[in-house]
Design a binder for this molecule. Structure first.
Ligand SMILES: Nc1ncnc2c1ncn2[C@@H]1O[C@H](COP(=O)(O)OP(=O)(O)OP(=O)(O)O)[C@@H](O)[C@H]1O
Length: 524
């Protein structure tokens, strides 16, 4: 397009004053430049006689003119766009709003103009930009007075180097926000389903038994943490399945094709634990193997090292372990310099580490290093729903091993449901193996259980019996129950009081006081 054509669109009062190389001075030589081609990307700055910028034109004939003559045009443009526009002056007073803004707010423009923004929306972002002027774009902003989410663009406007006003342009983002929220919710559902699917896959793959929410929650945690590099501390009573959960984490991680190495910290003598974990070089001490030895950390590099019974790790080794966790390097005995390792550490314990820290038996810094994520496995008492499933699972394993076709009697299942299981799943497993070995055919009953458990079968029966005798008198039920327990212990120990008090776990003083209070006759 020719410059003159562009200029013919401008009003006569508007002068073009050349102040930059690509600017045109209308006064100077309109004919000379009139036939000049203006490239599409060429910008012409329009200035008035005082040299103030009054607009700009590009080769595509888009004119932004800020003169009084164009103000009406600008107003009508701004009032016909869907976006809400508001401008405040340097004091925060609203000096312009368009129709869209007034429509959203439900207040006529004349009632908004002149009001202080501080009074309408004290937390408005536009006020912050007034204090700290910079072009700001926020795709998601909640506007209290408009009660909607908007995507907002705020522009500070300067005149002669002074901040004159701040303009804010909002686009309603409520719909986008709702859509985003929906997408987020869907993502969460998908992640949850994926987690459940991963958990079920691992349950099946590793032959894990359990359907209780508490157990499924543990598996989900294991599957989630497996995808990260975090160190994990598994806690739970003896025999709850800590090692099995460590296996689950390893198997669900991208390290599954490398080794999972288990070290039982309680089983290694203190003098050997360093060489076990870090290895040694040939000839580093008397008795050292030819060619040296790789430590468990090195062997598990790329894979996972499971440190079971971490509470039993000697203090001196705890600081060495901490260093390895911090630097990912090991120092082999008898070797100069360290070796980098990429070993994920999972630790487990049934000990009260917090108490051990207070007693200076366990290092606090190591504790924090190890339990980036902590997984607590509930005891079998806390997930009784799983007892039946586990019992049937172990029965089929031992039936197959000992070539039997035994079943579980109702009486045995009743006992299992009421038993406390201090040894948890391992105790249940041993109990079923013992029963399968002892029972020849038919159904396993409480009589097929190991002797120490048969005692508790009787105790359970006594509890039931006394509760039936004195259903409304707890004190009397407890008295009678204590009496029966002591008499049974005396019977079992042929009247030997020392043996009976030991079996009951009572001190001599308490034992004799109880004999007296409960009027237990001294048969021997
Ligand atoms: N959910 C389960 N399904 C099937 N078997 C299980 C389950 N949990 C544990 N077991 C079995 O119970 C026994 C004890 O489990 P595990 O050795 O993992 O427990 P632990 O907590 O590490 O024991 P400890 O405290 O003695 O180190 C193992 O034989 C294991 O296979």
């Amino acid at each position: 397009m020719k410059a003159k054509d562009i200029m013919s669109k401008l009003s006569n009062q508007e002068k073009l004053v050349s102040s930059q190389t690509n600017c045109i001075n209308l006064d100077d030589d309109i004919f000379d430049i009139g036939n000049r081609d203006i490239a599409l990307d060429q910008m012409i700055y329009v200035r008035n006689k005082q040299g103030e910028l009054i607009g700009q034109i590009d080769g595509g004939l888009i004119a932004y003119l800020h003169t009084a003559a164009k103000r009406t045009l600008l107003n009508s443009i701004l009032n016909n766009i869907e976006d809400a526009v508001i401008a405040i002056d340097a004091d925060g007073r609203i000096c312009f709003v368009n129709q869209a803004y007034s429509k959203i707010l439900g207040i006529p423009i004349r009632k908004i103009i002149g009001k202080l923004m501080q009074a309408i929306e004290p937390a408005a972002l536009i006020l912050e930009i007034l204090k700290n002027p910079q072009v700001t774009v926020k795709p998601r902003q909640y506007i209290e007075s408009l009660q909607c989410y908007v995507s907002v663009r705020i522009i500070p406007i300067y005149e002669n180097g002074h901040l004159e006003s701040v303009v804010s342009i909002f686009t309603d983002a409520t719909e986008i926000m709702l859509l985003n929220e929906e997408v987020e919710r869907t993502k969460e559902v998908v992640a949850h389903l994926q987690q459940k699917a991963d958990a079920s896959e691992q349950i099946e793959k590793l032959g894990l038994i359990g359907k209780s929410p508490a157990f499924l929650n543990v598996i989900s945690q294991a599957v989630v943490v497996a995808k990260t590099k975090a160190n994990v501390l598994i806690r739970g009573e003896n025999g709850v399945g800590k090692e099995l959960i460590a296996k689950t984490i390893h198997q669900s991680s991208d390290r599954k094709d490398s080794q999972l190495i288990t070290v039982n910290c309680a089983a290694i003598p203190e003098s050997l634990i360093e060489s076990e974990l870090f290895g040694y070089e040939e000839g580093s001490f008397t008795g050292a193997k030819q060619g040296g030895k790789k430590g468990k950390f090195e062997l598990a590099s790329g894979g996972t090292l499971f440190l079971d019974e971490i509470g039993d790790m000697p203090l001196m080794m705890q600081s060495k372990l901490l260093r390895v966790l911090e630097t990912s390097e090991i120092e082999k005995i008898g070797r100069q310099g360290s070796i980098p390792v990429d070993t994920r550490v999972i630790a487990a314990t049934n000990q009260p580490l917090e108490q051990m820290i207070a007693q200076k038996q366990f290092r606090k810094d190591l504790y924090y290093r190890l339990n980036t994520v902590e997984i607590n496995i509930p005891s079998l008492r806390e997930r009784r729903e799983d007892i039946g499933l586990l019992a049937s699972h172990f029965l089929s394993i031992y039936n197959a091993r000992y070539q039997k076709t035994l079943t579980l009697s109702k009486a045995l299942m009743q006992f299992f449901s009421a038993h406390d299981w201090p040894g948890n799943i391992r105790e249940l497993q041993n109990c079923i193996e013992y029963g399968v070995i002892m029972c020849q055919e038919g159904a396993l009953t409480p009589d097929d259980l190991p002797k120490h458990l048969r005692g508790t079968v009787e105790t359970q029966a006594v509890v039931l019996e006394t509760a039936v005798l004195y259903p409304d008198d707890l004190k009397e039920s407890v008295r009678l129950f204590e009496k029966k327990c002591i008499e049974k212990a005396l019977d079992a120990c042929d009247g030997n009081k020392t043996a009976a008090m030991q079996q009951l776990g009572l001190s001599r003083r308490t034992f004799y006081r109880k004999l007296n209070e409960l009027a237990i006759s001294d048969k021997k």
